[in-house]
Structures are given as structure tokens and as C-alpha cells.
Write a protein that binds this ligand. Sequence first.
Ligand code: SF4
Length: 213
Amino acid sequence: MLKINEIYHSIQGESTSAGKPCVFVRLTYCNLRCTYCDTEYAFFDGKDMSIQQVINEVEKYRCKLVEITGGEPLVQMEECLELVNRLCDLGYEVMIETGGSLPIKDIDYRVKIIMDLKCPSSGMETKNLYENIQYLKSTDELKFVIGNREDYDWAVDIVKKYNLLTKCIILFSVVFGILEPLELVNWILEDKLDVRFQLQMHKYIWHPETKGV
Ligand code: SF4
């Protein structure tokens, strides 16, 4: 059984798949408490569903891209890994979004991993599991959510220290409503940093606090 907060059909708002139609499966629970969290409603609320029930729900949307998210989906590790494995077997293009504090090494190689490394202003920096970096594939994406200049400098140091630009796609985004996108863009350009800036597109299309989009 998995505890599921919501399953819905929208467009992918982030990552290199931004703009594509996508089915989102949001799993309940998170082991972190980021200062800027926008999905606190997923910390505890949800209903128990079997893996087959989740798949049946996903299939209704007839959409080939599926993102498993949370909360932190890897809190329900065993069932989550089985779910993504079965979705891949069914031919879905599967992405998993994780906060980067739990091990990713057993995730099916067919899954695109979007992993955060938590910056200082999240309050969760000490929870980053740096061992995860070795398991990222070149097609995976590593995301830094940046709230101020200290976060930016920290992220740049981490990118250099772990040689991340040679490992996978690097995403820099702002903490919505806290750091102006233009500021981050200017820093990236000044430093000639070869990272991908991104906006959370869904927060511009719908009201930023709209759920299920
Ligand atoms: S990892 Fe994600 S869901 Fe968990 S507290 Fe941080 S922002 Fe919220």
C-alpha cells in the first residue's frame, strides 16, 4: 500500500520537461521541513492505495509522462520503487522528484531523477546526502532552489567541488516570492555559469497557491 496525497493531470512546470503534459502522483509524507515548502499539505494527508490502484488512476489520463513527487516520495521507499518499476514496464516515461536526503541508488535506471541539493536558506542543508551524486545519470537533473546570494555562492561552490556540470543537468531556480528571478539570472550571466535557469511555470499560469496543478 502507498499513501497518496493526490493524482492529477497538468503540465510539467519545472525541469527540462517543463511545458509537457504530465500526470503527477504525489506521495504523502516528507522527512524534511524546508523553510519555503509549498506542499505542506502533503506531510500527512492522503489515502491508502495499492500500486495497481495508482496505476489504474494514472492510466485514465492517457498521458505518457508521469512524475512521482511529494512530499518526499522515497519515504515510502519500497512501494515507491515498485511503482516506478511497474510504470516503466508499462512504457511510461517516468520522473521522480526527490529532496536529496534519502538514497537514490535503488531507483530503476529507466527513471529520470530530479534531485534537490538543499541550500542553506532551506534550513535543511545538513540533510543533503552527497553520496547520491555518484548515482546520478547524465540524463538526470540536479536542482538548487536559491533564496539569496549566500545560497547562490554555496550552490556554485558545490557545483565546482563535485564537478557537477560534467555529471548531469544542473538547474538553478529561485525561491518563489523571495528572490527575484532577474537577480539570479544576472548572477549566472556574470559568472558565465553553464547551468539551466528555470521558473516554476505552474506558479505563473495558475495562482501560486493553487493545488493540483
Ligand atoms: S523536501 Fe519538498 S516537500 Fe519536503 S519540506 Fe522540503 S520543499 Fe517541502
